[in-house]
Design a protein around this ligand. Structure first.
Ligand code: ADP
Length: 533
C-alpha cells in the first residue's frame, strides 16, 4: 500500500530521490578527492595539494547545497503524502456503515488522523527516502572502490550478505510490536477523551483520585507499547551495529594488505576508510529502515475503501421519490441478544403525520434507525412503495429521509452553514426553509441573523432552536420524509409545541414523530398514533 502512495505522488518523490542520489554521489566523490589530496602530501607536491584541496572544497560546497535543497523538497513531499493518507482515511470512514462507524469512539478516529499519520511518516515515508539515499550511497561507494581495487568490492559484497540476512531474525517481532503500539495508543486516546468528557462528573462527586488513577493508567497505555517497540528496535539495532563493526575490520585488514603489497597508493588509506565505511553504514541504514517498514505495515492496513464515487460527486444513482408510503410487516429486531422490537406492523402514507409513543427504552429510536437503513439485521419486511428497503443503499434511503435525533448536532459555525451544509442555495430557498421550520422570526432576533455562530455543539442557542435548524436543514435538502426523535430531554413543552405545530402544518411532509407523551388534542392531529411497548 505504501508504495502505491509513492507511485501516486511519483513526481514529488522522484525529485527527492534524484537529489538524494546526487547528494551521496558528491560525498563519495569527496572521498576519492581526499585520496588525491593525501597522495599529493605524501609526494610533498604543494601545487597538486592546493589543486586537489580546492576541488575538494568546491565538491563539499555542492554537497551541502544539494543537501539543503533535498531537505526542503523532502519535507514538502512528506506533507503531501501525509495529507493523501488522511484523505484516504476520511474516505475509509465515509464508507463505514452506521453500525461500523459507531463501533469505535471518535477519539480513536482522531488518533488515526494524528498519531497514526505521524507514525506512518516516521515508519514509512522517511525510511523509504532514507533507503533510496543509502542505496545510492552504497552504489557510489562500490563504484569508487572498484576504481581503487576490485578486491575491496568483494569485501563489500560479503558485508552486504551479512547485513541483509541478520535483520530477518527480528522482522516478525517488530511487526507485532508496531501493531500493538497502534492499537493500544488508539484505545488510550479514546479512554482519555472519555475521561475528559466526564471531567465535571469526577469533580461533582469528588472522584479526583479516581480520575487520576484512570488517567494515569491511560498514560501508561499510551507510553508502554512505544517503549516496548523502542526496546525491541534497540536490541535489533545494537546487534546490527556490532555486525557492522566486525565487517569494517575485515575491510581495514584488506586495505592494509593491498597497500603493503604495493597494489594501491598510500593515500588510499585516507579515502578507502570512508568508502568501505560508506558501504557498511549505508547497508546498515537500509536494513534498519527495512525493519521500520514492517512496524509501519499495520498503520496502512486501516486504509480500506473502494474507489467508487463518493456521494455528492457526479455519477451517483438517482433516487425515485416515494409515491405511496412505508410499510412494516412483522418486524423484529434485537441488539445482540436483547430483543427490542417484537413483531411490529405499521404503515405510513405519503404526506401524512404519524406519532410513535411509548415509555423510554421501548424501541422508538431503534425503529427510526431501522427505517433509515442503519440497522439492517432485522427480520420481517420494511418496504417503501413495495420495494424492500434492504434493496436500497443507506445513501439512497437517506436521500429521501432525514432523521432528527433528540440531541441535534450542530457544527460550530453559522446558522446558515448549519442549514446549507456548505451547498449553495438561493436566498428564497433559505427563507422558505426558515419559514417552514418556524425559525424565520427567531433568526431576525439573533445578533447576526443567519450569520450568527451557534457555538460548540450549538451551545449558544436553545434546544428547540437546534432542532428547528435540523428541520430546516432537512427541508432545504428536499428530505420529504422526516423522522423526528423529539424525546423529552432536549425540549421544553413550549418549544416542543412550536416544533410539532410546524411539522404538522407542512402538507408535503411525511412525518414520523417520536414523542414521550402527547396530549389528547395533540393526538387527534395525527393520522395515527402508534403506541409501543
Ligand atoms: P426509545 O427511543 O424508545 O427510548 P431506544 O430505541 O433508544 O428506545 O432503545 C430501546 C432499547 O434498546 C433500550 O433498552 C436500549 O438500552 C437498547 N439500545 C439502544 N441502542 C442500543 C445499542 N446501540 N446497543 C445495544 N442496545 C441498545
Amino acid at each position: 500500500i505504501m508504495i502505491n502512495y509513492i507511485k501516486q505522488k511519483w513526481f514529488q518523490s522522484a525529485q527527492v530521490c534524484v537529489l538524494l542520489i546526487l547528494e551521496w554521489g558528491l560525498q563519495a566523490a569527496a572521498s576519492l578527492l581526499m585520496i588525491q589530496t593525501f597522495d599529493a602530501i605524501f609526494r610533498l607536491n604543494a601545487h597538486d595539494f592546493l589543486f586537489w584541496t580546492g576541488i575538494n572544497l568546491v565538491t563539499w560546497g555542492l554537497y551541502f547545497a544539494t543537501s539543503c535543497l533535498r531537505e526542503i523538497v523532502h519535507a514538502r513531499t512528506i506533507r503531501i503524502l501525509n495529507n493523501e493518507v488522511r484523505h484516504d482515511l476520511y474516505r475509509t470512514l465515509l464508507e463505514k456503515s452506521y453500525q461500523d462507524f459507531h463501533k469505535q469512539d471518535s477519539g480513536e478516529y482522531i488518533s488515526w488522523l494524528t498519531n497514526d499519520v505521524k507514525q506512518m511518516e516516521s515508519l514509512a515515508w522517511k525510511p523509504f527516502f532514507e533507503c533510496v539515499g543509502r542505496g545510492a550511497q552504497v552504489c557510489w561507494c562500490i563504484l569508487a572502490l572498484t576504481s581503487i581495487h576490485w578486491s575491496l568490492v568483494v569485501a563489500a559484497g560479503i558485508i552486504s550478505l551479512l547485513m541483509w540476512f541478520v535483520p530477518k531474525v527480528f522482522e516478525k517481532r517488530l511487526e507485532r510490536r508496531g501493531k500493538d503500539c497502534s492499537e493500544k495508543q488508539a484505545s488510550a486516546v479514546g479512554e482519555l477523551k472519555d475521561l475528559l468528557s466526564g471531567f465535571d462528573i469526577f469533580r461533582l462527586f469528588q472522584k479526583e483520585k479516581h480520575f487520576l488513577e484512570q488517567a494515569d493508567a491511560s498514560s501508561e497505555l499510551l507510553e508502554k507499547p512505544s517503549y516496548r517497540l523502542k526496546r525491541a528496535q534497540t536490541i535489533a539495532y545494537g546487534l546490527m551495529g556490532y555486525v557492522n563493526v566486525v565487517s569494517q575490520f575485515i575491510t581495514d585488514v584488506l586495505v592494509m594488505f593491498l597497500a603493503f603489497s604495493g597494489r594501491v597508493s598510500v593515500g588510499v588509506f585516507a579515502g578507502a576508510g570512508n568508502l568501505t565505511g560508506g558501504v557498511a553504514t549505508g547497508l546498515d541504514a537500509i536494513t534498519k529502515n527495512r525493519l521500520s517498514f514492517s512496524a509501519g505495515k499495520p498503520y496502512f492496513q486501516k486504509i480500506q475503501f473502494q474507489t467508487k464515487p463518493i456521494s455528492g460527486q457526479k455519477g451517483e444513482s438517482q433516487v425515485v421519490p416515494m409515491e405511496h408510503g412505508i410499510t412494516l410487516q412483522n418486524v423484529s429486531f434485537q441488539y445482540g441478544n436483547a430483543p427490542v422490537l417484537d413483531n411490529i406492523s405499521m404503515s405510513f402514507e405519503k404526506g401524512k403525520k404519524y406519532a410513535l409513543v411509548g415509555p423510554s427504552g421501548c424501541g422508538k429510536s431503534t425503529l427510526l434507525k431501522l427505517l433509515l437503513g442503519w440497522l439492517p439485521d432485522y427480520s420481517g419486511a420494511i418496504s417503501i412503495d413495495e420495494t424492500e428497503i434492504r434493496n436500497f443503499t443507506p445513501e439512497q434511503l437517506q436521500r429521501q429521509m432525514s432523521y432528527i435525533p433528540q440531541n441535534v448536532f450542530l457544527f460550530n459555525t453559522t446558522v446558515r452553514e448549519n442549514i446549507t451544509l456548505g451547498d449553495s442555495f438561493s436566498e428564497e430557498e433559505i427563507q422558505k426553509a426558515l419559514r417552514e421550520s418556524a425559525l424565520a422570526q427567531e433568526v431576525l432576533t439573533m445578533e447576526h441573523g443567519l450569520d450568527t455562530v451557534v457555538g460548540e455543539g450549538g451551545n449558544g442557542i436553545s434546544g428547540g432552536q437546534k432542532q428547528r435548524i435540523a428541520i430546516a436543514r432537512a427541508l432545504i435538502h428536499k428530505r420529504s420524509i422526516l423522522l423526528v426523535d423529539e424525546g423529552t430531554s432536549a425540549l421544553d413543552r413550549q418549544n416542543a409545541d412550536i416544533v410539532e405545530n410546524t411539522l404538522l402544518c407542512n402538507p408535503e411532509l411525511t412525518l414520523i414523530l417520536v414523542s414521550h407523551h402527547l396530549s389528547q388534542e395533540r393526538k387527534a392531529q395525527f393520522e395515527q398514533v402508534y403506541e409501543m411497548g
